[in-house]
Write a protein that binds this ligand. Structure first.
Ligand code: ZSS
Ligand code: ZSS
Length: 399
């Protein structure tokens, strides 16, 4: 648990030592307060304060409002990221109005939308649905309509309701209830909706744009950041409000983010394939996107990669590069913020499309307009989506 320090608590701490009820002294119970060198003020965080009050509640200790407010205002938490087949996407349990749905956390979009009682049953069959009638507050006349890069989409109406992610609570989050979803969502029956983590400037709600879950809770987090620790074929996690040094090795290297398009957009530098030392020209504009499965790069980069894979070719019928499943795949190295990050070759063998032919995890970004560092890249690193400073930044570390 991260240590939480608040200067406010020093005042509250003083109140606590003055407010110790008489019975406490009578029972010769003293609170074990760490002896500190003279002149240093022993500060304890608001959450520890509250725990002390709760410990002595039965003898009448009552936490001052300021302590409760300070403690309530400092949140952090962790939620699992469960991989779906072939790591096509990762799903996380989210409590929406007290109902637990499995949502796809998507740093490439900014709407929190869910299958609901308003979704036609022909489209919602097999999904867990949100029922706004129990605790939702209708935002009268508000609508939303989103289309994703792969041509899928959804639309509907908007409620305010309590949303909890890994213990982090948004008391009144905009929950976008679907009245219509595209076939890709209907058929993905494990997926009950999306939780957008891009910038709220691309939220689609009209007439009044709404904030993402992260933006809603940001001011209450111990640190204004969330981290992404996706894994290949194994459960990973999303953390809100703290860095977890057990989830990465070495240092976290940061790079600036351009928020103009509403994405976690950064500039990727040179790359190398396998053990060749030749680096190359810069990959350029890219986004960090948990909601996209693969790693989409400039066609020159992709061609340079598959030139090192025997039997690889571009298949217009399959819509991408394919190769013999038995092929040895080289690692892909990319420079970001002056440091090199590696996608292991095995991660580039995305999935079989026949007994012997496999589909690549690295594909062309043609027609997209930028590169997309989707799950194939993100499962190779520990990623920090950081708004602790005036300008947002992305941090990456080796896993
Ligand atoms: C930003 C992602 S979509 C998302 N993560 N919500 C994207 C955009 C364009 C294309 Cl072509 C493919 C994927
Ligand atoms: C986050 C978006 S975008 C994308 N991954 N290309 C998405 C996720 C899941 C489905 Cl089923 C359809 C679209």
């Amino acid at each position: 648990m991260p240590s939480l320090w608040a200067s406010a608590a020093s005042v509250a701490f003083a109140t606590l030592s003055l407010a110790a009820p008489a019975e406490l002294a009578a029972r010769k119970e003293t609170m074990q307060i760490k002896q500190v060198a003279h002149g240093t003020v022993a500060k304890i965080g608001p959450i520890d304060m509250l725990k002390t009050y709760e410990k002595y509640a039965k003898v009448g200790a009552k936490a001052p409002t300021a302590v409760k407010a300070a403690a309530a205002a400092v949140q952090s938490g962790t939620v699992v990221a469960d991989p779906q087949a072939y790591d096509i996407s990762y799903l996380s349990p989210v409590s929406v109005g007290g109902q637990t749905l499995m949502l796809d956390f998507d740093t490439g979009s900014a709407d929190l939308w869910v299958f609901s009682t308003l979704t036609p049953s022909t489209q919602a069959s097999g999904h867990t649905i949100y029922n706004p009638s129990t605790s939702g507050t209708l935002k009268n006349g508000y609508t939303w309509d989103i289309s994703y890069g792969d041509g899928s989409g959804a639309s509907g109406t908007v409620y305010g309701d309590k949303v909890v992610v890994g213990g982090v609570t948004a008391t009144s989050q905009a929950v976008e209830a679907a009245t219509s979803v595209s076939a890709q969502f209907t058929s993905d029956t494990n997926n009950d909706g999306l939780l957008g983590l891009a910038f709220s400037r691309i939220n689609t709600v009209e007439p009044t744009q709404q904030t993402t879950f992260f933006d809603t809770v940001k001011s209450s987090l111990a640190k204004k950041l969330f981290t992404v620790d996706l894994k290949k074929g194994a459960a990973g996690s999303y953390d809100f409000g703290f860095l977890d040094s057990t989830k990465y090795t070495g240092s976290i290297y940061y790079t600036p983010v351009n928020t103009a398009n509403g994405f976690w957009q950064f500039t990727a530098g040179g790359y190398s394939v396998g053990s060749t030392t030749t680096t190359s020209g810069s990959i350029g504009t890219a986004i960090a996107d948990t909601g996209t499965t693969l790693l989409y790069l400039p066609s020159t980069t992709v061609s340079a990669y598959y030139s090192k894979v025997s039997g690889a070719s571009y298949s217009s019928s399959q819509g991408g590069y394919i190769f013999p499943c038995s092929a040895a795949l080289p690692a892909f190295h990319v420079s970001i913020g002056g440091h090199t990050f590696t996608v292991p070759g095995s991660y580039v063998n995305y999935a079989p499309i026949s007994r012997t032919t496999c589909f690549g995890g690295i594909q062309r970004n043609t027609g997209i307009g930028f590169s997309i560092f989707g799950d194939i890249f993100l499962k190779s690193v520990y990623a920090v989506f950081d708004q602790t400073q005036t300008s947002p930044r992305l941090g990456f570390a080796a896993q």
